[in-house]
Design a binder for this molecule. Structure first.
Ligand code: PXL
Length: 276
């Protein structure tokens, strides 16, 4: 059975990170192993959340896994709450990356032009270093701008986006994706596989509402599709379609903006892409 290890926080309520990655990866017929980097009562956009850093557990987990000879088909990282957590992830990559284990980094740290609470410029710099170790990076447009030192704009042309894509590739990963790109009144996800010089674009109709946690839903489905043997462009289509279906299942739910999309109702769609 294929196996992905995902490294991100557990937000006990508010669908994101591990609570999203686990069911999605499982629905794609892949085993999901987890390293919880911290535990939060909710994600950081709810007021008054409490949290505990789990950093001191990461090294013992890595050492135990190493002693047991465990292997993975992919290492998938998401929200990382501190620079120490990023350093631990770098250790994990050094130990477990092989020719048959790729690294996908979702530099989850910002959206809609602003950093998430608690992050600073140093965090961006460390995240850029982590991205340089990845095979595939999947930032949203805000994160892509922060990583490449580009001014974030809400209106732009194709050149603005392709320039950012090329700059992302210069960071080190051979494949890059940017989510949340608006083109011709449609909402899209653009990908660039520099190894085969292929740009892919998946678009669906624009929805005039923003929903929380869709980046994590996208990345989880994308890493699953890649592990199941799909190309980058096809994986982006599968994951994009899944996010769109999840949003459609959520439209009538007024709580969803903060609580996350009803991806659970769209999971049957993903099982169709389970090829292992
Ligand atoms: O990937 C989004 C995310 C994940 N985890 C936590 C967050 C956020 C976004 O704010 O706060 C704890």
């Amino acid at each position: 059975m294929k196996r992905i290890v995902t490294v991100q926080d557990i937000s006990c309520l508010g669908k994101c990170s591990i609570t999203v990655a686990l069911p999605i990866i499982s629905a794609m017929g892949i085993e999901a192993s987890v390293i919880p980097t911290s535990i939060l009562s909710t994600h950081t956009l709810f007021d008054g959340y409490v949290h505990r850093d789990m950093c001191d557990m990461i090294e013992p987990i890595i050492n135990h896994w190493k002693s047991q000879g465990f292997t993975f088909d992919a290492i998938y990282t998401g929200y990382l709450g501190s620079k120490e957590q990023i350093s631990m992830v770098e250790k994990l990559i050094d130990i477990f990356r092989t020719d048959s284990c790729f690294v996908l980094v979702d530099p989850a740290m910002a959206d809609n032009g602003t950093l998430y609470p608690g992050f600073d410029n140093e965090h961006i710099d460390r995240m850029r270093e982590l991205c340089s170790m990845a095979d595939i990076i999947v930032p949203n447009l805000t994160e892509a701008c922060l990583l490449t030192g580009t001014q974030y704009q809400t209106e732009y042309d194709d050149k603005y986006i392709t320039d950012i894509l090329k700059k992302l590739i210069c960071l080190g990963a051979k494949k890059a994706v940017i989510t949340g790109v608006i083109k011709d009144e449609k909402y899209g996800i653009i990908s660039f596989d520099s190894e085969i010089d292929r740009i892919g674009f998946y678009a669906h109709e624009k929805i005039d509402q923003t929903f929380y946690g869709t980046g994590d839903v996208f990345s989880s489905a994308c890493v699953g599709a890649l592990v199941n043997g799909n190309s980058l462009a096809r994986s982006v289509e599968i994951a994009g379609e899944f996010v769109f279906e999840s949003i459609q299942k959520t439209m009538s739910d007024k709580d969803a903006r903060l609580y996350g999309v009803n991806f659970e109702k769209a999971l049957p769609m993903l099982a169709r892409y389970n090829t292992t």
